[in-house]
Design a protein around this ligand. Structure first.
Ligand SMILES: [Zn+2]
Ligand SMILES: [Zn+2]
Length: 314
């Protein structure tokens, strides 16, 4: 890219960050859908709102979370960029920032150093406050070196205003002003809080099947609203699986979509759940399968949270 263009882009990103990156703007954003009281709303706006919620929730969980934070499957460079771009249309900051901090959440889960522990810092701090905490403003680049090595990923992570603003303009072109207020802004606000319940409520609500050393829980309703993320205790027990609902009755819509994308050749090598993890709560089943209890393997995972060579599924 020409030097002059890079300079303008850097200035634009600083400007967007200064004006739109703070708490005040985040709070104001919640009131923007109220402009629909003046413009009126039609069926297309509500349809756009639902589609943009589902689409972005999918890319948050499949992109930011399962791919970039946990490398739960493989993508080529093109699709890797698309997943990063689409995740960032949610306005949840750069992919390196999101995924780097998320790796820290697993490494330090529910300790004082966990960026968003409900137990340690209370509901509001774990739900939203931590995002605006100056301590977590920087991209934890040393935690996400494996993706920071790609220049296009560094680019879209740095200029993270481009994807949401692009989607905002597209929503306006399709639905006009009411499409922007309801289709884009209302779905953005709902997507924010739905995502944030995973940082706050899934460490309080629900059932704990596996001993993970933290407060992570499984909750069916949060799993439905977040397209699978609510199976959070499963996920804390074994982070590297593409699947978060481990049993047939644990609905994980993101995994279903990933499975379809794997048939199309877009997604490859979906990492399965090793049986010694899946059945760790059923000693008789483990014995029948001749497997060791996963808590032993889990010590290994804890020690090397981002090394995947020793996690080959059984
Ligand atoms: Zn968690
Ligand atoms: Zn995770």
């Amino acid at each position: 890219m020409p030097k002059k263009m890079t300079k303008y882009l850097n200035q634009a990103s600083l400007w967007f960050n200064r004006w739109f990156g703070g708490e005040q703007m985040f709070i104001l954003l919640h009131f923007i859908p109220l402009f629909a009281l003046y413009t009126g709303v039609n069926a297309i706006d509500w349809l756009m709102c639902a589609i943009l919620y589902l689409l972005r929730m999918f890319f948050i969980t499949a992109g930011y979370h399962r791919y970039f934070a946990h490398r739960a499957f493989k993508l080529n460079r093109f699709w890797q960029f698309i997943f990063a771009f689409m995740a960032e249309t949610s306005g949840q900051k750069g992919v390196l920032w999101w995924s780097g901090h998320h790796r820290e959440h697993h490494r330090l889960s529910d300790t004082k150093a966990d960026p968003h522990s409900l137990k340690q810092h209370g509901f509001w701090e774990s739900h939203i406050g931590w995002i605006f905490n100056p301590k977590y403003k920087a991209v934890p680049i040393d935690k996400i070196k494996d993706f920071a090595k790609y220049p296009e990923i560094r680019f879209i992570s740095k200029h993270d205003w481009i994807p949401p603003w692009t989607l905002g303009v597209v929503s306006w072109l399709i639905g006009g002003w009411s499409g922007l207020w309801i289709g884009f802004f209302l779905s953005t606000v709902i997507t924010y809080h739905s995502t944030f319940t995973i940082n706050s409520l899934t460490h309080k609500w629900g059932k704990k099947r596996y001993e993970t050393g933290d407060d992570s829980k499984n909750h069916w309703l949060l799993a439905l609203t977040t397209l699978g993320e609510g199976w959070h205790n499963n996920h804390h027990f074994y982070q590297h699986s593409a699947r978060m609902g481990w049993f047939w009755y644990e609905i994980d819509i993101t995994y279903m979509v990933l499975k379809v994308l794997s048939w199309l050749g877009i997604v490859k090598d979906l990492r399965p759940v090793p049986k010694q993890f899946k059945y760790a709560h059923r000693p008789e089943k483990l014995a029948a399968l001749g497997l060791q209890n996963a808590s032993v393997s889990r010590v290994k995972v804890k020690k090397q949270p981002h090394s995947f060579s020793d996690l080959t599924p059984a």
